[in-house]
Design a protein. Structure first.
Length: 131
């Protein structure tokens, strides 16, 4: 693929970030319609593993936290796998959490998703911080 052709097709890394940005902006159904494959599954232990269950949970979170802030810190792509490390805050006053989303793609669609988060402590002895 030439450089010109690559610029016409977003990388899977860009697709994963676009998916997350749509989710955070409240366009959850659009994100699912655009990016999620028919055989999608996820590994969030708090919800059933199907797409519909996770989508409904994301919609509920959007109602409860309409002012989320999402900032990508690092994104890595290796083949069909993409990892996005980000800072997610439920509202502007929230310290938030460091969150890692791991995507597996098939035919340019998200078919598997893992998410792991760690709350940012108010006081930490680590001078490097979480980012």
């Amino acid at each position: 693929m030439t450089t010109d052709q690559q610029s016409l097709h977003p990388s899977l890394k860009e697709t994963a970030i676009s998916f997350l940005n749509l989710i955070v902006s409240g366009k959850i159904r659009e994100a699912y319609e655009r990016y999620v494959g028919a055989d999608f599954s996820h590994h969030n232990p708090f919800f059933r593993s199907d797409a519909e269950s996770l989508m409904l949970a994301m919609e509920e979170n959007e109602v409860q936290n309409p002012h989320k802030i999402f900032e990508v810190k690092l994104a890595i792509q290796e083949g069909e796998m993409v990892t996005v490390y980000s800072h997610v805050r439920q509202n502007p006053d929230d310290l938030g959490a460091a969150v890692v989303h791991i995507f597996r793609f098939k035919d340019d669609k998200v078919v598997e998703l893992w998410d792991i988060g760690q709350l940012i402590p108010e006081n930490s002895p680590n001078e490097n911080g979480m980012f």
